[in-house]
Design a protein around this ligand. Structure first.
Ligand SMILES: Nc1nc2c(c(=O)[nH]1)N[C@H]1C(S)=C(S)[C@@H](COP(=O)(O)OP(=O)(O)OC[C@H]3O[C@@H](n4cnc5c(=O)[nH]c(N)nc54)[C@H](O)[C@@H]3O)O[C@H]1N2
Ligand SMILES: Nc1nc2c(c(=O)[nH]1)N[C@H]1C(S)=C(S)[C@@H](COP(=O)(O)OP(=O)(O)OC[C@H]3O[C@@H](n4cnc5c(=O)[nH]c(N)nc54)[C@H](O)[C@@H]3O)O[C@H]1N2
Ligand code: SF4
Ligand SMILES: [Mo]
Length: 876
């Protein structure tokens, strides 16, 4: 459906429709109606169907999906009625915008169902103020915006005066320039000790860290679907979730085309439902063993010399000469040395016209050195990381890893030195790839993603047609890529986030682990003066969504003042907020949004199909208000100007529409009117010169060898920390048993987690349409496993987890769900349940995050979370 000017005047008997409209009328006229304010006294909406007019108009407006992650383009169909002289609008349906390259007109179940969330009667309708103790289920009274903003402004002004640290804790941020960029920095400019934490350490940040470190890109892993012939679907929940960066629709659309072109798919996942019927082969590895699999691949490729010599020699640090202490030999100018086979001597790696040796041992300045690649061969051989060993560790049938390695090589084009010419550029053609995202959140996830990238580096399949990609379209080399050469490990007076510290030299800032630090700062040599006492909470639900809800909840009770910006009374808001500000849902301006898909780019913007309901406001309006009331509006607008490359007057508060109009004018002369007419700028193809070979043009060398990782370890040891923090900082990924393997034998099952297509994170299970198709939590068990325990389909069971380091155990009650799709030694629980504050969600069951631990051993060397633990399951 095309432009939004369509106006059909329809007459008829539309009682139901009239009812919808009147509901909104009543609600907007009566903001003090109960609902959303007190978790114990929710009331049914009033009967609103009587005496309604039946004439209405229909119009359509462009907007973007608000519930999901990738902002699919949508058209909102809206009906308008005139009721007692007032124009009342109601959205009646969302349809996909066919012009948006992200979704090409499609929407998933959540995209359709979000309409019920928007009109949910239990939305937070006005600002709310807490009346009871933090940490207990909240009781709130309604207050006006003035009182709410004055209270917040007062707290922030005193925080500035007495240097009280403020934490801005966010979940998904849909307008980074205006939130992370402008609001956080404006708080700092105003003089607040403000810091930020996100949800990345639970999402896929371990993979980001591995990719940034190894090849300088920001993201996890995905294929070049147009050309990939052989895909390893590594813990990719193709049928139910996202994959690298996107939400759901884009990748499955590309996947289907690739399958039509004959792409072979091998799924590495303990649960077959992730790829279901769409994989040619399912390799059900044991949870947490992926690192062993990738080391096995490396062994096979490297020891058989199935490698891309050109790429390794020219674009990676594989030829660098490494001394016996693990450091790279350098010349007087500090440049890394390689062995030049032409002149038979060690020279700086960037010397023109040389022919660097990939293998071998040499003598330089009376010291024996080996190429980094030779060290990799030693590492693989000395540790006997053979494919057979990998099969055993992973619990796979013999010869699986070796066969996959062989198939990868055979499909890679390395043997023939295959090339392809696109847009007039001739490039290596390596049509083997991999897709992975949240699977990075396992204890050895950072190492596993690094090991996976390294296996594909051996084949030269990085950033070339058919190969492995990280950024959705050519990103730039990530700033951290070069920063990660600088080794400085802080040892005392640490900041509460422990970033760059002796504990976590590389850190994703994991709020659930930091909860531990907040509880015991001295244990981590943290300076008391860095510990936040105020939290501004934005679009996260850490009390349910972050693993180790027990630890997080204990720590967050200690905040002196918490503001939660939320359309709902989430468990986080209920337990911790002193003030809840009612955020609008889709009915707001938000962005700028990218509509970039794999091969096309475009810009988009969330436009409000209707005005904010009740007394809610768009998140950006809320930040403008807080900034103005506290006294940092000019700082906020200065940052907005910088972020969006616009030049608004910083002296007075603009509307969000004005802000986005100025931004839109940098894209289209018509400004925001263009987006109102089209929803999205015209999609442009991404040229081959931008898409491919970007990495190959970098000045830096991809890090096959992780010299600086080893240097971090050396610094950590010198700082005297325990090996639990430094053991994984090794130059090459090194296998060890995950911590959970030390739990007693009675805890005989692995618990893993996953997303379901019906739900969005911990924020959608109350939506009636979704609850109808996915009503309850359950634990997925293999029927054999269930039978051995006397458990039948639908039985109530306990799932009890064990912390192998602290000995702590925790249990939740849920329903048994039996399915052949899962390994007999593994059970799985979906992410999406555990909401206790919404009447629709009552009795849906627990979140598995009560069972996971965010303590030493269970967090990664990058402070990233893992979603795996040993459990036992028994009848309740
Ligand atoms: N429907 C829906 N879609 C979503 C979301 C949502 O909430 N709902 N959320 C979005 C977000 S924020 C994200 S980050 C993406 C995530 O997208 P994905 O990463 O594709 O999906 P997840 O379900 O998080 O991934 C978990 C997968 O890893 C497998 N797994 C677990 N442990 C292991 C292991 O040790 N080894 C291997 N090989 N596999 C393992 C699980 O069986 C499961 O298939 O999805 C996005 N899309
Ligand atoms: N067990 C398990 N846990 C997981 C995962 C898993 O697979 N299994 N996945 C992890 C992943 S990948 C991620 S990304 C995290 C996500 O974790 P979170 O970032 O905490 O996301 P949600 O749980 O969706 O919580 C979002 C909150 O924002 C509120 N909200 C919704 N819309 C708006 C809005 O427009 N404005 C504002 N201000 N607030 C809004 C919702 O009410 C809700 O309280 O969860 C992680 N947790
Ligand atoms: S895939 Fe994600 S962004 Fe797209 S419609 Fe579904 S929930 Fe919305
Ligand atoms: Mo995520």
């Amino acid at each position: 459906m095309k432009p939004v000017t369509r106006r059909d005047f329809i007459k008829g008997t539309a009682a139901g429709l009239g009812g919808f409209l009147a509901l909104e009328t009543l609600q907007s006229c009566a903001p003090s109606e109960p609902g959303g304010t007190d978790t114990t006294t929710f009331k049914a909406p009033p009967d609103i169907h009587a005496g309604l007019p039946v004439e209405f108009e229909e119009e359509s407006k462009y907007t973007n999906c608000w519930i999901g992650k990738q902002e699919c383009g949508m058209v909102a169909r809206i009906v308008k009625q005139n009721i007692n002289g007032a124009e009342i609008k109601r959205i009646i349906k969302f349809e996909g915008n066919p012009d948006n390259p992200r979704n090409n007109g499609a929407l998933c179940p959540k995209g359709m169902a979000q309409i019920q969330a928007i009109y949910d009667y239990n939305r937070v309708k006005t600002p709310l103020k807490r009346t009871n103790r933090k940490g207990d289920v909240g009781r709130f009274v309604q207050i006006g915006w003035d009182e709410a903003l004055n209270t917040i402004a007062g707290k922030l002004q005193s925080a500035k005066n007495d240097a009280t640290p403020v934490l801005w804790q966010k979940g998904r941020s849909k307008a980074e320039p205006l939130y992370d960029g402008a609001f956080l920095n404006a708080m700092k400019d105003y003089g607040l000790k403000a810091s930020k934490l996100g949800h990345g350490a639970f999402c896929s940040d371990a993979g980001y860290r591995a990719a940034e470190y190894t090849i300088g890109f920001h993201g996890v892993l995905h294929p070049d679907f147009r050309y990939t012939k052989y895909l390893l679907s590594w813990g990719w929940n193709l049928t139910r979730a996202g994959g690298n960066k996107f939400c759901w629709i884009t990748w499955p659309q590309e996947f289907v085309k690739a399958r039509d072109n004959g792409m072979k798919v091998v799924a590495l996942d303990p649960d077959r439902r992730s790829t279901g019927p769409h994989a040619d082969e399912w390799i059900p590895n044991k949870p947490g063993t992926d690192l062993a699999f990738f080391l096995g691949l490396q062994y096979y490729l490297a020891t058989n010399n199935f490698i891309d010599q050109t790429y390794l020699k020219s674009y990676t640090n594989a030829p660098f000469l490494v001394k016996s202490d693990g450091t790279v030999a350098k010349d007087a100018d500090g440049k890394e040395l390689v062995w030049d086979e032409t002149s038979g001597q060690a020279v700086a790696y960037d010397t023109a016209g040389i022919s660097p040796a990939l293998t071998g041992s040499y003598t330089v300045s009376n010291e024996t050195v080996k190429t980094a690649y030779e060290r990799l061969l030693d590492h693989l051989k000395n540790n006997a990381y053979t494919p057979d060993w990998a099969d055993q560790v992973c619990g796979l049938p013999p010869l699986t890893t070796a066969r996959i390695a062989r198939e990868l090589y055979e499909n890679s084009g390395v043997a023939t030195g295959a090339t392809i010419t696109l847009d007039g550029i001739t490039m290596p053609f390596r049509p083997v790839s991999i897709m992975a995202y949240h699977v990075a959140q396992q204890e050895l996830g950072f190492l596993s993603v690094r090991a996976a990238i390294m296996a594909y580096m051996l084949l030269g399949a990085i950033d070339v047609p058919g190969g492995l990609f990280i950024d959705i379209a050519p990103g730039k080399q990530h700033a951290k890529y070069t920063d990660l050469n600088k080794i400085s490990v802080k040892t005392k007076d640490l900041d509460y986030q422990l970033g760059g510290s002796k504990f976590f030299p590389i850190s994703s800032g994991n709020p659930a682990f930091i909860a531990r630090v907040l509880l015991e700062p001295t244990r981590y040599n943290v300076k008391e003066s860095t510990i936040p006492k105020i939290m501004i909470s934005h679009m996260h639900n850490g009390a349910v969504a972050f693993p180790d809800t027990v630890q997080t909840r204990r720590a967050w009770s200690k905040f002196e003042f918490v503001v939660d910006i939320n359309p709902w009374l989430s468990d986080t808001a209920s337990l911790f907020a002193d003030i809840i500000l009612p955020a609008a849902t889709i009915e707001k301006y938000e962005g700028p949004g990218s509509a970039k898909a794999l091969y096309k780019k475009a810009d988009s913007l969330r436009l409000p199909p209707i005005d904010p309901l009740w007394e809610s406001k768009g998140d950006i309006d809320i930040y403008l208000d807080i900034a103005e009331r506290t006294g940092f509006l000019s700082q906020y607008l200065t940052h907005v100007n910088k972020e969006l490359k616009i030049s608004l007057d910083t002296g007075s508060k603009p509307s969000t529409r004005t802000i986005f109009d100025a931004w839109a004018k940098t894209k289209k002369d018509e400004g925001i009117a263009y987006f109102e007419q089209h929803g999205v700028t015209g999609a442009k193809d991404i040229a081959a010169k931008d898409f491919y070979a970007y990495a190959w043009g970098y000045g830096g060398k991809h890090r096959l060898y992780g010299e600086s990782l080893l240097s971090y370890q050396t610094a950590q040891i010198a700082a005297g920390v325990s090996s639990i923090y430094y053991r994984d900082y090794t130059a090459f990924p090194t296998w060890r048993q995950p911590t959970m393997e030390s739990s007693p034998g009675g805890y005989d099952l692995y618990l893993i987690s996953f997303k379901s297509i019906e739900n969005k994170q911990s924020r959608s299970s109350f939506i009636p349409l979704l609850a109808e198709i996915a009503p309850k939590q359950g634990v997925l068990l293999n029927p054999k496993t269930a039978q051995a325990r006397g458990i039948g389909e639908g039985d109530t069971v306990y799932v009890e987890s064990h912390n192998a380091v602290t000995g702590e155990t925790r249990a939740v009650k849920t329903l048994a769900r039996l399915h052949q799709s899962i390994r007999p030694d593994t059970v799985a629980m979906s992410h999406h349940y555990g909401m206790t504050t919404h009447p629709n969600a009552k009795g849906q069951g627990p979140t598995p995050n009560e069972l996971f631990f965010s303590t030493e051993g269970y967090v990664q060397c990058t402070q990233d979370a893992s979603f795996q633990v040993k459990v036992r399951v028994y009848r309740a």
